[in-house]
Design a protein around this ligand. Sequence first.
Ligand code: NAD
Ligand code: AHE
Ligand code: ZN
Length: 368
Amino acid sequence: MKTKAAVAWQAGAPLTIEEVDLEGPRTGEVLVEVKASGICHTDWYTLSGADPEGLFPAILGHEGAGVVLEVGDGVGSLKPGDHVIPLYTPECRQCKFCLSRKTNLCQAIRATQGRGVMPDGTSRFSIDGRPLFHYMGTSTFANYTVVPEIALAKIRDDAPFDTVCYIGCGVTTGIGAVLFTAKVEAGANVVVFGLGGIGLNVIQGARMVGADRIIGIDINPRREALARQFGMTDFIDPNKVDNVVDTIVQLTDGGADYSFECIGNVSTMRQALECCHKGWGQSIVIGVAGAGEEISTRPFQLVTGRVWKGTAFGGARGRTDVPKIVDWYMDGKIHIDELITHRLTLAQINDGFDLMERGESIRSVVLF
Ligand code: NAD
Ligand code: AHE
Ligand code: ZN
């Protein structure tokens, strides 16, 4: 079949809208009609050329929601008409990682996902016979996409696609980092570096669990109002204080119980660790840093009890947790609508990246 898709031909170049050939689902695969897809900073990061796994030409996008159109042989858990959210972190429930119960990082198809192909080593997308790479196993910047069954969460039919698509990455990453990775307890002091599409969800997760102070840091002062609406109690503009770490340590009587880095900057990752309370403070790296970048600190920071951790997809097990997070949204326990600042057509997708770069959007969502 044919599908419209935004194709990333090379790093740093705008996407172009193309009519692409799409092969049907093979064994264990599912054809999905994508109804909506958010634009995450990670799409921009890969398009920029900073991703060591970035492959071109590719169809980017990993924050989608849609409807199952057709299932391949052997698919038992989904049928045409089911509403789904594609998962860049799948959940096979059989691999060593899934069975460990210690991580959400299912590795069943990670190797082929990183090489931009389906689990059988081939692509379903092509133009004039030239294969295009899949991205993160999801490729949601296309009207239709093929995704492995283990990388699809079945969700309720009454959830609106144009908002729950964000649960495919940003919402789950931010809230999950608080609930599943850090396991923040009521009364804790929480510090959030970067108040964009991820950081604001960390803030709402911290409020959900009853955190005491929720301190937000961003160089964009326009982030303050929305962050306060989502539960932030204190705002720090790094350009208005002498030393961000000292400011946090003073505000929290010794340091953060938990900090979250939601920028992807190795300098703020260091600040996020060093603003943690001696003896127990934990810093969670969410931001994705560019190829070749490394984090550093004095080992003494760790010797004296601070803990450095990271999280992917908020530690969520997608097929199990994503349907529950959709329920939380539908029941009004979490808020998404206010974070979707722009709705775009596929033809306007490059505007979404521009809005992100200029700090004008939280989430832009492409509607198909
Ligand atoms: P975003 O662009 O919406 O937000 C980033 C925010 O950081 C912006 O508000 C920006 O003003 C702020 N910022 C930039 N530089 C800063 C600095 N030096 N100090 C303070 N604030 C600064 O991006 P997003 O979609 O929220 O993604 C944030 C990061 O999380 C990205 O690196 C993204 O790739 C990563 N991410 C990781 C996961 C994961 O599973 N680990 C999932 C999604 C996104
Ligand atoms: N390809 C990059 C790493 C990118 C990365 O860390 N991705 C996150 C999700 S970001 C979603 O917006 C992730 O899930 N990581 C775990 C994994 O297995 O990729 C690189 O540096 O190579
Ligand atoms: Zn993302």
